[in-house]
Every structure is written in C-alpha cells, then in structure tokens.
Design a protein around this ligand. Structure first.
Ligand SMILES: Cc1cc2nc3c(=O)[nH]c(=O)nc-3n(C[C@H](O)[C@H](O)[C@H](O)COP(=O)(O)OP(=O)(O)OC[C@H]3O[C@@H](n4cnc5c(N)ncnc54)[C@H](O)[C@@H]3O)c2cc1C
Length: 233
C-alpha cells in the first residue's frame, strides 16, 4: 500500500449509529453518520472500534459501501447465529451511540480507465457498491467493465444498485453460483482483454488466492491484479 493510502489511519472519527437492516440471509447493513463531513476514495475501508461495551478484540476492518456524496457510512457484514463479541456489540447499538472509525484507508480504488473485471466472492461485494456508484458519476472512466459476483448460497445483496448500473452504463453484473462458471467467465474475459485490463478481486483469503493463481496462470501480470483480502473469514 502506498503511503498516501495508509496515512489516514491517523484520522480518528466518532461515527454515530443511525440504523441497521437485514439485507438477505445472515447479511446486515449498518448506517453511521459523521459529525464532520469526511471524504474517502470509493473502495477504501475503515477501521472500526467498539467503545460502548468492554470486549476482547474490539477492532475490525470493514469496506465502506457508500460514497461520500450519500452523506453516511454504510457497511455490510455477515452475522452468523453465534457471532463474535464484536458483531454482537454492533447488534446491541442503539440509535445515536458512537463507534470510532479510523481511516478510511486502502489502495483498492480505480486509478485509470482501462477495462476492468471486478470479482466479488460473497460478502466481498461491499467495496464494489461504492466503486460502481462512483464510476457512474464519472462515466467517462467506464470502458468495458464487468462484475462477476459469486455466492454459492445465492445471498446476493445490492442488486437494486447493480441492476441500475447495468441499465444506465456498460457495467454489467453476472450473478454466479458455481466456481466452475466463475472460472470459465474469467477465462473468457482474459481471452478478450488480457493485460490491457485490470482485475479486481475481493473475498476471503483462500478465495482471493485461488482466483489470483488462476489469473496468473493465464498470463495476467501482478501489476494488473488489485486485491482486497477480507482477513478474518
Ligand atoms: C480490508 C478489509 C475489509 C473488510 N471488509 C469487510 C466487509 O465489508 N464485510 C465483512 O463482513 N467483513 C469484512 N472484513 C472482515 C472483517 O474485518 C472481519 O474479520 C470478519 O467480518 C469476521 O468478523 P468476526 O471476527 O467478528 O467474526 P464472525 O464473522 O462472527 O466469525 C468469523 C468466523 O470465526 C468464527 N468465530 C467467531 N467467533 C468465534 C469464537 N468466539 N470462537 C470460535 N470461532 C469463532 C465464526 O464461526 C466464523 O467462521 C474486512 C476485512 C479487511 C481486512
């Protein structure tokens, strides 16, 4: 990560819990408001710390799924029936209660207008909501972008936003359930664009590693692969 993408780690914001709702299955979205207006690059993540309860390991990273002009911080996460203390504490938040967010930080954002393949595994869809919303504001930066969204449980979220993007731009989403289908779709995109495109990957560690290995085996250079690994799953 380059220095300018990591330095905002020293910026500390108190963000105020506004609301939460269930997206689908065990995926929940939380909305926070900020006192002062803050800005970030679409695709970056915040480092969130719980203060309202005393818990072990009170800090977690979450991608910010909203863009600054929406005026709030949106995060979506998987919360199982037996969640960690951290996620239970999030569920216990009442309106107006505060958590600390450091950042936003990270290099997971678009930097040019090459064709792009966005690969999301499960909850790894979160930063793409922001990336795509932001690109729709600057549509000159969109060339031949595709989103391949894999979820074996078909727990797809943000479908409204993704369908809207498909309608008004050339960013098309393919919802995929099987890994084999994802691989064949990736191979097709690689055959068309090769190293003239950029390849974004988000998901749990093993998934990101497997997809990166596939891309490299097809000749895609490391410099054209941009990853966001959701450590913790
Ligand atoms: C840059 C970055 C961005 C991220 N963005 C997101 C995001 O947008 N959305 C998101 O959901 N996550 C994101 N993550 C991952 C997130 O930070 C957490 O690590 C992840 O959600 C797991 O949370 P958790 O540890 O609270 O555990 P849980 O989700 O509750 O559990 C994770 C696993 O640990 C097991 N487990 C939990 N507690 C215990 C326990 N006490 N004993 C034994 N096993 C247990 C669970 O069964 C499960 O398999 C991101 C991570 C990074 C690094």
């Amino acid at each position: 990560m380059i220095l300018k993408d990591i330095l905002p780690i020293f910026n500390k914001h108190e963000v105020s819990f506004k609301e939460k709702y269930k997206e689908v299955g065990d995926i929940y979205t939380f909305i926070f408001e900020t006192e002062k207006q803050i800005t970030w690059k679409a695709g970056q993540h915040g480092i969130f710390t719980i203060n309202h309860e005393k818990i072990n390991k009170p800090t977690r990273a979450f991608s910010i799924a909203s863009i600054p002009s929406e005026g709030h911080i949106k995060i979506s996460l998987k919360i199982s029936e037996d969640p960690s203390e951290f996620k239970q504490a999030l569920l216990n938040l009442d309106s107006g209660m505060k958590v600390t967010m450091r950042g936003p930080i990270g290099s997971f954002y678009t930097k040019n207008s090459k064709p792009r393949l966005y690969i999301a595994a499960g909850i790894g869809i979160t930063p793409y909501r922001a990336l795509i919303k932001n690109l729709l504001l600057n549509s000159a930066e969109i060339t031949d972008d595709k989103l391949f969204y894999l979820d074996g449980r078909e727990a797809f979220i943000y479908t409204e936003e993704l369908e809207e993007a498909s309608r008004i731009s050339s960013i098309k989403t393919k919802y995929l359930v099987k890994r084999e289908k994802l691989n064949s779709e990736i191979e097709e995109f690689v055959a068309k664009h090769n190293n003239e495109a950029e390849y974004f990957i988000v998901g749990a560690k093993t998934m990101v590693h497997t997809i990166e290995t596939l891309l490299k085996s097809k000749g895609i250079k490391k410099m054209n692969i941009i990853k966001d690994t959701f450590v913790g799953y």
